[in-house]
Write a protein that binds this ligand. Structure first.
Ligand code: GDP
Ligand code: ADP
Length: 391
């Protein structure tokens, strides 16, 4: 396990009047900065991150984005590609060992520019090929919610819904934190300023947005994330670092759209008129080249649903293909890590012994990253004589 160099320990103790177990700290140099990972943050719920700017000698507590790893007894840390630090937690539960602390990825650079503050982001590493998030857009009343509800009902363990924030009032049957996080504009604007949102847009006179956490909560539950967002939001996600599949849902006709919106009975006449005016522009934008990967016409619901499943490769597979494989990795407290090209060797033998148990993490197929999971980790284990492929 990496330990904090003495100068860091002295500095930390001097600057931070906290009880920190120094054995739990790791320090990783990236350019003229040292990232110190360990202890807990202010909330005590997650592993803390501090940055020493070596040119000024000052410590910075960065804004930390994304769902964060729970504290562990210890961890090791190793720099990858100068832009992210692989953190391997010890003695952690299945599926919670590998976390990437992004320090200079395109996502971080984008967020740093937006917020004007120092930013890092955690992205959980997953073995195998978890499916990309799915963005579904289309005019109000076209049936996006209905299609998503069907998908989630048929494949409850495969898909999870990204719960957006909105400043609009809840409808009668809508529940806070299930359909939306209903909030006030001032709170949402503050969070947007602090870089907590992946995207946001003003839609039908209200503010809507997807928080980074909304996407990560779903990914961390091992599910494939579905985002129901408007065309402006889809455009922002397309421009972001989140790799997703983009689907636009059209009505068979404008008249049918109006009929559905009225039949739903959730909006006032004035709101319906506004939604119909916006629908015209959205339908035009839905055809923007390069924005959507698939266009679905929701005429007959069952037909449209079958097409949706087809393009998500779900027909007949029961959705199993898009699920992450189970992870069963047990990293002992006393381990050491080294990097050879795109492979991380995790030596689980006790210090000073010739190890017979080396775990190899293959990073050659890494994809994704914050906000969301870092996918495509491959894992092998050499136990005694054999080379065992675990996933
Ligand atoms: N950009 C963006 N749009 C969103 C978000 N959440 C919902 N929307 C869009 O806002 C629009 C209005 O949604 P809603 O008020 O639920 O009404 P509905 O579309 O008529 O059901 C729809 O086009 C949604 O796709 C979000 O987080 N970001
Ligand atoms: N293919 C369809 N044919 C007829 N009615 C539909 C169809 N799809 C959805 N609906 C109905 O249209 C209304 C709007 O659907 P909804 O899913 O709320 O749209 P959105 O989420 O896109 O605003 C709902 O009352 C829904 O039951």
């Amino acid at each position: 396990m990496g330990e904090a160099p003495a100068f860091i320990a002295d500095d930390l103790l001097g600057d931070f009047d906290e009880e920190i177990d120094m054995k739990c700290l790791t320090a990783v140099n990236v350019g003229n900065r040292t990232y110190v990972i360990g202890g807990t943050d202010e909330s005590k719920l997650t592993i803390g991150v501090r940055i020493l700017d070596k040119s000024t000698g000052e410590w910075v507590i960065p804004t930390v984005l994304g769902t964060r790893p729970k504290p562990s007894k210890g961890h090791s840390a190793i720099l990858l590609n100068e832009d992210r630090i692989l953190t391997i937690k010890e003695d952690s539960a299945d599926g919670d060992c590998f976390w990437f602390l992004e320090v200079d990825t395109p996502f971080i650079r984008e967020q740093r520019k937006k917020s004007g503050t120092e930013v890092v982001a955690w992205s959980k590493g997953v073995l195998g090929d978890a499916g990309k998030p799915i963005v579904i857009s289309g005019p109000s009343g076209v049936g996006k919610g209905t299609l998503i509800a069907k998908l989630m009902k048929e494949f409850p363990s495969t898909f999870g819904f990204s719960v957006s924030h909105t400043t609009r009032a809840p409808r009668e049957k809508e529940q806070n934190a299930v359909h939306y996080h209903f909030t006030q504009r001032s709170f949402m604007e503050e969070d947007i300023k602090n870089g907590k949102f992946l995207e946001f847009a003003s839609v039908h006179g209200n503010l809507y947005g997807t928080s980074i956490e909304a996407v990560e909560v779903v990914s961390d539950a091992g599910k494939r994330c579905i985002l129901d967002i408007d065309v402006q939001g889809a455009r922002s996600v397309r421009a972001s670092t989140l790799e997703a599949i983009f689907i636009f849902v059209c009505p068979p006709s404008f008249e049918e759209l109006e009929k559905r919106l009225r039949a739903r009975g959730t909006e006032t006449e004035e709101q319906i008129q506004k939604r119909l005016r916006n629908a015209k522009a959205e339908l035009e934008q839905g055809n923007s080249p390069g924005l959507f990967d698939h266009i679905l016409v929701n005429d007959d619901l069952e037909n449209c649903y079958a097409h949706l499943k087809e393009l998500l490769d779900l027909n007949g597979s029961g959705g199993v293909s898009s699920k992450s494989p189970p992870i069963s990795v047990d990293i002992p407290l006393d381990h050491s890590v080294s990097k050879i090209e795109q492979k991380i060797m995790i030596d689980c033998g006790a210090k000073g012994q010739v190890s017979r148990n080396v775990l190899v993490l293959d990073l050659s197929a890494l994809r994704g990253g914050a906000p969301g999971r870092t996918r495509g980790l491959k894992f092998h284990s050499w136990k005694n004589s054999g080379d065992q492929q675990l996933s």
